[in-house]
Design a protein around this ligand. Structure first.
Ligand code: DP6
Length: 328
């Protein structure tokens, strides 16, 4: 039995979204994307390769392990085993610091942590780029949780050139992401399913062209710490992604009445001079972006809104890293 290896990874929030793929098996995206790691939303995963096992044993603490999740983990371990030249089955134990299936990208931190822990347990030494590529094969957005801080995933030409790297380290900009939780149950349509429907929307091409332009806008705004330019483009991109989801066949509506209430509140507050913009992933929760100086006042306002169950505050987070606190 190998010694346990444990990795901790941050979820990330995309400002320019990954929504649609040109190769589903390799998870090659239609467009590049930009995100920030979320220091308060982490997955911790321990992997042990154990020759006594005849199949992988996967335990997701608190949330419970579905057969589908265990299968996806096993398929990812197969990629690590193939690279390491081993066939040994593994014990995997994982824990999230946030509720699963709520639009906080649990698959991103899950597959980034699994990639780093499994490679270490298999004595496989890969550089950050190779880890990002490997994580991408498990879940697209996971490639962005490998590097630190503000991150860009290059769409690339092929699998070897489709990876994420840091645009700016966490300390570059005191941007905050407040996640207004309105739903803690599993979403009905997972992002993997939603992603597969993109081509059926008549708006898919228009959104793609706008996202390509948005990449440069958001990248430059992050570099310049230009909050207004960054926020305007990020909010527009979220609406473009959801316009595609809404007009896919079948249509996917991720918003609840509470989601829309928060969107309207943010715009009303902005008209009063509050510095805040929203973005939304494949779920009903709303990510509210603001400068560090405004975080307490904004969190208070959000908590007072009807239907907001909790507000999770995040700073730009670190890279996925190995830690000593094993879960088994
Ligand atoms: C809305 O990475 O979950 O969060 O590759 O099928 O695992 P799979 O998709 P996933 O999609 C993330 C979608 C998103 C936008 C984003 O994070 O860029």
């Amino acid at each position: 039995m190998t010694a346990p290896s444990t990795a901790q990874s941050c979820a990330n929030i995309a400002f320019i979204k990954y929504w649609g793929r040109r190769d589903h098996a390799l998870r090659l995206p239609l467009n590049g994307s930009i995100s920030m790691n979320l220091d308060g939303a982490t997955t911790t995963t321990t992997v042990i390769f154990d020759p006594a096992l005849d199949e992988d044993r996967v335990i997701i603490l608190d949330a419970g392990t579905t057969a589908q999740a265990a299968h996806r983990v096993s398929a990812h371990l197969d990629r690590v085993r193939a690279l390491a030249g081993i066939t040994t089955r593994a014990r995997v134990v994982s824990r999230n610091s946030f509720p699963m299936g709520t639009g906080i990208a649990s698959s991103a931190s899950a597959f980034a942590a699994l990639t780093v822990a499994a490679c270490a347990a298999a004595n496989l030494t890969l550089d950050e780029r190779a880890l990002s590529i490997l994580a991408r094969l498990g879940s697209g957005s996971a490639c962005r949780s490998i590097p630190a801080g503000f991150v860009e995933w290059h769409a690339g030409e092929d699998s070897e050139t489709s990876y994420a790297e840091t645009i700016a380290p966490p300390e570059h900009w005191d941007l905050r992401d407040l996640i207004a939780i309105v739903q803690t149950a599993h979403k009905d349509v997972g992002s993997t399913t939603g992603q597969a429907l993109v081509d059926s929307s008549p708006f898919s091409e228009a959104r793609l062209a706008a996202a390509e332009r948005g990449l440069a806008v958001v990248r430059n705004a992050i570099r310049a710490c230009d909050f207004e330019t960054f926020g305007e483009e990020t909010e527009q991109e979220a609406l473009r992604m959801h316009a595609v989801a809404l007009t896919s066949q079948p249509s996917v509506l991720y918003w609840s009445p509470e989601t829309v209430r928060i969107m309207q509140a943010i715009r009303a507050w902005r008209a009063e001079g509050v510095r805040a913009y929203f973005t939304i992933d494949a779920g009903a929760n709303v990510h509210v972006l603001c400068p560090g100086a405004d975080v307490d006042a904004l969190a208070k306002r959000l908590r007072e809104l009807k239907g907001v169950r909790d507000v999770l505050a995040n700073r730009p987070g670190p890279a996925t890293r190995l830690i000593d606190a094993h879960l088994v």
